[in-house]
Design a protein around this ligand. Structure first.
Ligand code: OSB
Ligand code: MG
Length: 372
């Protein structure tokens, strides 16, 4: 795979509705797209870093800067031929910045697979042609509004509901949703690290509602506290923010900090690292599911491919395009009987709508690779 240049696009996509979590409110998605271009065609990556460093230390302006100043120059220096499998090693001297690295690796992966006529799903080892769709619902204005939202998405066919929670919005919404929609609804909650171990009695009050899991109740770096909490509550603990590498995933499982893992390629440094975490969990019998970061159709295509691997036994945060955006950057992902189809075309199997990307682009930068 020869790369001649990298093009970075910043595209602002308004969300159809504000998305409120324990760490803040999102009203638009500031998407950083990476296109790698070479003689055999181009490939696309999406950086999932958010506007502010509130979910994790990364944020989109920082990712953009590190890609420009530190990552692209290393790719350019790596020589005329580069495979996706080389990208992580070439970038390894730069510490952290997993979301920035993941975006570049995703673009190289897409370019290579497109040129080879092979789908990302096949390349990763997908065993399914469609994946169940879950929906992640932000903190609402009121219980009434939340119940309406849940009813709306269940009407659309979503097979699992996740409620964002935080202090002041936890047992009441969960109780209300259970009471209204019954015991068979697949229901889980995500605290985005809003609690401490001192809240364990409050969190134990969720035990009676038969949740699939509680996601990231405590701090990102606090595996020991998660292991202690897991002993104090009946709801299975799942980690999101904490799972920053394969080593941490294995440690979290071995220490009893979680019994379920949320896999996000951006947080782990790419889809290839995400596959390795999947494999390690699969070997250990630990269920995994595919998290989301309000991706456009490009990131969504890759997430859906990843979620088609056999260890993804729980529905992911994989929703239809219209749940996020009035118009997506690709052909929209549409729910089919509560599922999303796994793209089967070469690479990501979806292409950006270039006219729409240009129309929405706040900036476009081309970085040429000097060769010879
Ligand atoms: O914690 O899973 C999370 C969105 C942005 C940042 C973090 C998270 C989320 C979501 C939304 O829960 C998942 C989605 O539908 O993309
Ligand atoms: Mg989460």
């Amino acid at each position: 795979m020869q790369i001649d240049r990298v093009v970075l696009y910043r595209v602002r996509l308004p969300l159809v509705a504000p998305f409120r979590t324990s760490f803040g409110v999102e009203t638009e998605r500031d998407v950083l797209l990476v296109e790698v271009q070479g003689p055999s065609g181009s490939g696309w990556g999406e950086c999932v870093a958010m506007t502010e460093p509130l979910y994790s230390p990364e944020y989109v302006d920082g990712a953009h800067a590190v890609i420009n100043a530190h990552l692209v120059p290393r790719l350019a220096a790596a020589g005329p031929s580069l495979e996706a499998e080389d990208v992580a090693r070439v970038l390894a001297a730069v510490k952290g910045h997993h979301m920035a690295k993941a975006a570049l690796e995703m673009a190289v992966l897409d370019a290579g697979l497109r040129a080879a006529g092979r789908s990302l799903a096949d390349h990763l080892g997908a065993t399914r042609s469609r994946v169940p769709a879950g929906v992640s619902l932000g903190i609402s204005e009121s219980i009434d509004q939340l119940l309406q939202e849940v009813a709306f998405y269940l009407g659309q066919g979503y097979v699992r509901v996740k409620l964002k929670i935080g202090p002041g919005w936890d047992t009441e919404p969960v109780r209300a949703v259970r009471a209204r929609f019954g015991p068979d609804l697949l229901l889980q909650v995500d605290a985005n690290s809003a609690y401490t171990l001192a809240d364990s009695e409050r969190l134990a009050q969720l035990d009676e509602y038969g949740l699939l899991l509680i996601e990231q109740p405590l701090g990102e770096h606090d595996l020991a506290a998660h292991a202690e909490l897991a002993c104090r509550i009946a709801t299975p603990v799942c980690l999101d923010e904490s799972i920053t590498s394969l080593a941490v995933a294995v440690e979290a499982i071995e220490r009893g900090a979680c019994t379920i893992v949320n896999i996000k390629a951006g947080r782990l440094g790419g889809y290839l690292a995400a596959k390795r975490v999947h494999d390690a969990c699969y070997e250990r019998g630990v269920p995994v599911w595919c998290g989301g970061m309000l991706e456009s159709g490009l990131g969504r295509a890759a997430n859906v491919a990843l979620a088609a691997l056999p260890g993804f036994t729980l529905p992911g945060d994989l929703s239809a395009s219209e749940r996020y955006f009035r118009r997506d950057l690709t052909a929209p992902f549409v729910l089919e009987d509560g599922h999303l189809p796994v793209p089967s075309g070469p690479g990501l199997g979806v292409a950006p709508d270039l006219a729409f990307v240009s129309e929405m682009a706040a900036s476009v930068e081309e970085i040429g690779f000097r060769t010879g």
